[in-house]
Design a protein around this ligand. Structure first.
Ligand SMILES: C[S@@+](CC[C@H](N)C(=O)[O-])C[C@H]1O[C@@H](n2cnc3c(N)ncnc32)[C@H](O)[C@@H]1O
Length: 198
C-alpha cells in the first residue's frame, strides 16, 4: 500500500466525488453548506471575507450565495484560480483590518475562517498553531464585521479550544458549535459560528 493510500485525508469519499461532480475545488464546501442549511448566514449582496480561501471551494460557494451585488475578499498564502473575488495572497498575520475593509468597500457582514496550518501529526503542536490562526481570525472579525454580523471559524479541538470559544462569546451574542458530516472521522476539527456581533 502506498503512503498516500494510508493517509485518511487523501481517501476519496462521497463528499470528494460530489464536489468533483458539482465543480467545486474541494470537498470542504460541504462543511460550509451544512452550516448554511442550519443557520442561514448568507444573503444576497453581502460583503464577505474568506480567510484560508485556497483552493477555493468555500469562495465558490460564497459567490453563489451573495450573488452579483455581493463582495468577496479572500486571504491565503496561495491564490485561488477563481474569478469573482479579490484575493490577498499573503499570511493572515500580515493583513490588517483596514486593508480588508478597504478591499470590501465597507465593513463585512460575515467573516469566515477555514484556516489550518500544515499539520505535523503532533496533535498538541497542531492544536496550538491552529488556535493561533483562529485567534487572528477572531481579532480581525472584531474589527471588520458589522454589529449584528456573523463569523464562522474552524477550530482543532484541544486544550485551548474552550478558552477560545469563550473569547468568541465576548464578541458575538450567540455562539454555536458544529461538527459537519463532511468532517473526516479522524479529524479533531469543529466549527464555531458566532451570530449577532455585539
Ligand atoms: C483547509 S484549507 C482551506 C480550504 C478552503 N476553505 C476551500 O474550501 O477551498 C486551509 C488553508 O489555510 C491556509 N493557511 C494556513 N496558514 C495561513 C496563514 N497564516 N494565512 C493565510 N492562510 C493560511 C492554507 O494555505 C490552506 O489553503
Amino acid at each position: 500500500m502506498s503512503g498516500k493510500a494510508k493517509n485518511p485525508y487523501a481517501k476519496p469519499d462521497r463528499f470528494t466525488r460530489d464536489a468533483k461532480e458539482q465543480g467545486f475545488k474541494a470537498r470542504s464546501v460541504f462543511k460550509l453548506s451544512e452550516i448554511q442549511s442550519s443557520v442561514r448566514i448568507f444573503k444576497q449582496g453581502q460583503r464577505v471575507v474568506d480567510l484560508g480561501c485556497f483552493p477555493g471551494s468555500w469562495s465558490q460557494y460564497v459567490l453563489q450565495q451573495i450573488g452579483s451585488k455581493g463582495v468577496l475578499v479572500g486571504v491565503d498564502l496561495h491564490e485561488p484560480q477563481l474569478s469573482g473575488g479579490t484575493w490577498i495572497a499573503r499570511s493572515v498575520l500580515e493583513v490588517s483590518a483596514e486593508e480588508l475593509i478597504a478591499a470590501l468597500g465597507g465593513p463585512a457582514d460575515l467573516l469566515l475562517s477555514d484556516m489550518a496550518p500544515n499539520t505535523t501529526g503532533v496533535v498538541e503542536a497542531d492544536h496550538y498553531r491552529q488556535i493561533e490562526l483562529a485567534t487572528c481570525a477572531l481579532e480581525l472579525a472584531e474589527k471588520v464585521v458589522v454589529k449584528g454580523g456573523s463569523f464562522v471559524v474552524k477550530v482543532f479541538d484541544g486544550r485551548d479550544a474552550q478558552a477560545f470559544q469563550e473569547q468568541v462569546r465576548k464578541v458575538f451574542g450567540t455562539v454555536k458549535r458544529y461538527r459537519p458530516e463532511a468532517v473526516r472521522q479522524v479529524s479533531r476539527e469543529f466549527f464555531l459560528v458566532g451570530l449577532d456581533k455585539r
